[in-house]
Ligand binder design. Structure first.
Ligand SMILES: NC(=O)c1ccc[n+]([C@@H]2O[C@H](COP(=O)([O-])OP(=O)(O)OC[C@H]3O[C@@H](n4cnc5c(N)ncnc54)[C@H](OP(=O)(O)O)[C@@H]3O)[C@@H](O)[C@H]2O)c1
Length: 294
């Protein structure tokens, strides 16, 4: 059985990945906070603590005996991880990274720039095989910070405010499909030294997404469009007194098309990720199972 290190094992993607991989691999879960998740349900999983992934020496020690690494934390730790791989005695044969389709934004973004630099580092400097999976917005579990909030709001309120007309495109990806992509690519030379976008099977407008989520709840959503210029001024004003619930960058990003090209993924993985219409049913099921929705 191969030994796989999962960095960010307490995260939403990381913990689900462990639930999927633990019966086929020996897992080393690299975490900074052991208490956050209950790993005891998976007896083959060994938990090793590294307080910060950028601490190269601690990470190198934690990688002892591992043959592959899946980084489900931020991709901008790529250089630290590379240094740890060089330092550890472990023979690492494959590194899988979680990127983000946020790198395609045309807006100025510090976080997108850090992710682009990390990808460049991996593609130009990594000495062992790597794969980058770049998800769009991930949803499909009760703790996702986007669609699950939308669903809970739609279940509670008869109106949904939107910035602008809501015509910009979005293509969120179901968490199960992200995990499935990792499972397929791990230690498989077909995917070595390649980067893939992963999103839902088809893009839809924000307005369509709201309507779809509402009808899945058996409701109708009354969308209230707010002119983007008005929202921008409001956010600018509230930001000055530290009271804005969203940032100016988020307002601008909402209006940007976020559809992606999935063709390389579909060709190589021989799989079309699920559409929002299907994924939203799984999310609603998860929310109901946890008593967060009636
Ligand atoms: N969620 C999305 O919509 C989305 C979309 C595109 C790309 N992504 C990328 O996908 C990845 C996984 O997403 P997610 O939703 O699973 O994120 P998440 O739940 O926030 O998990 C991130 C994990 O990384 C760990 N981590 C963060 N900084 C660390 C540090 N300095 N040292 C050690 N561990 C650290 C966190 O530890 P703690 O649990 O202790 O905080 C957590 O386990 C992220 O890299 C994110 O950028 C996410």
């Amino acid at each position: 059985m191969h030994t796989i290190a999962v960095i960010g094992a307490t995260g939403e993607v990381g913990f689900r990945l462990i639930q999927t991989l633990h019966s086929s691999y020996r897992i080393v879960a690299i975490v900074r906070n052991r208490e956050k998740r209950d790993f005891s349900r998976y007896p083959g999983v060994e938990v090793r603590q590294v307080d910060d992934i950028s601490d190269v020496d601690s990470l190198a020690l934690a990688l002892d005996g591992c043959e592959a690494i899946v980084n489900t934390g931020y991709i901008w730790f790529a250089e630290n991880i590379h240094q740890a791989v060089m330092k550890t005695g472990a023979k690492i044969r494959h590194l899988l990274f979680t990127g983000s389709t946020g790198i395609y934004t045309r807006l100025p973004s510090h976080s997108a720039e850090r992710k682009r630099m990390a990808e460049k580092f991996i593609q130009e400097r990594y000495l062992c095989p790597w794969t980058i999976i770049r998800p769009t917005m991930i949803y499909g579990h009760k703790d996702d910070r986007n669609i699950s909030r939308l669903v809970k709001a739609l279940a509670r309120y008869p109106f949904m405010p939107l910035i602008g007309t809501g015509s910009s495109l979005i293509q969120p990806v179901l968490i199960h499909d992200v995990v499935k992509a990792y499972e397929t690519a791990l230690l498989n030379s077909k995917y070595y030294n390649k980067a893939y976008n992963i999103g839902g099977g088809k893009a839809m407008s924000n307005r369509e997404l709201v309507a779809c989520a509402a009808s899945s709840l058996g409701r109708q959503a009354r969308v209230i469009p707010f002119p983007a210029a008005l929202v921008r001024s409001g956010v600018a004003l509230l930001s000055m007194i530290g009271l804005s619930p969203i940032t100016r960058e988020q307002v601008a990003r909402f209006q940007e098309n976020k559809n992606i090209d999935l063709s390389a993924f579909i060709k190589d993985f021989d799989y079309v990720p699920r559409n929002f219409e299907e994924g939203i049913q799984l999310l609603i099921h998860d929310l109901k199972a946890h008593g967060l929705l009636r």
